[in-house]
Design a protein around this ligand. Structure first.
Ligand code: HEC
Length: 131
């Protein structure tokens, strides 16, 4: 039997950590982001249109607009867990304050999560179109 190499053990440990979803994976590399179904996207869009739109479309009240690519790159690096917490609890950034749940009082965790993924989806599309 061949001895197991250290690199193989490390690789396996890395893969297992990633599957646990506990690492702060950049949103653009996140499994959920890359497997977003049309249904989820539609739910995210609905929440966005009802609640997030007033601030994030044109960058009102200090919010990043969907064309502020650099701002969203910084946010993406935090990973979904941290970002979801920011929106659920409300967030004080350098440029302004976001109310808890982005003002969607009746939204569930899952709906908020979907609206965040929708934002990143739109930002990614806007960036592709502006290149
Ligand atoms: C009243 C205006 C307002 C509304 C409504 C709003 N936001 Fe925000 N949002 C902000 C501001 C202001 C910031 C912080 C900007 C900064 O960095 O200073 C922010 C930041 C964020 C961030 C980055 C958080 C972080 O950890 O960096 C995300 C993600 C986000 N908003 C998503 C949403 C979603 C999803 C909705 C709708 C459910 C929403 N926002 C509704 C104003 C708003």
């Amino acid at each position: 039997m061949k001895p197991i190499r250290l690199t193989q053990v490390l690789l396996l440990a890395f893969i297992m950590m990633d599957c646990g979803g506990k690492t702060n994976v950049n949103v653009y590399d996140n499994f959920d982001f890359n497997t977003l179904s049309p249904d989820l996207l539609a739910t995210g869009e609905k929440v966005y249109a009802n609640s997030c739109f007033p601030c994030h479309t044109y960058g009102t009240a200090g919010a990043a607009s969907l064309f502020d690519f650099k701002e969203w790159d910084k946010v993406a690096e935090k990973g979904m867990d941290v970002i979801l917490k920011s929106v659920m609890e409300g967030y004080q950034g350098a440029n302004g304050v976001m109310p808890p749940k982005g003002n969607c009082w009746t939204c569930t965790d899952e709906e908020i999560r979907t609206s965040i993924l929708y934002i990143f989806h739109e930002v990614k599309n806007n960036r592709l179109q502006s290149n």
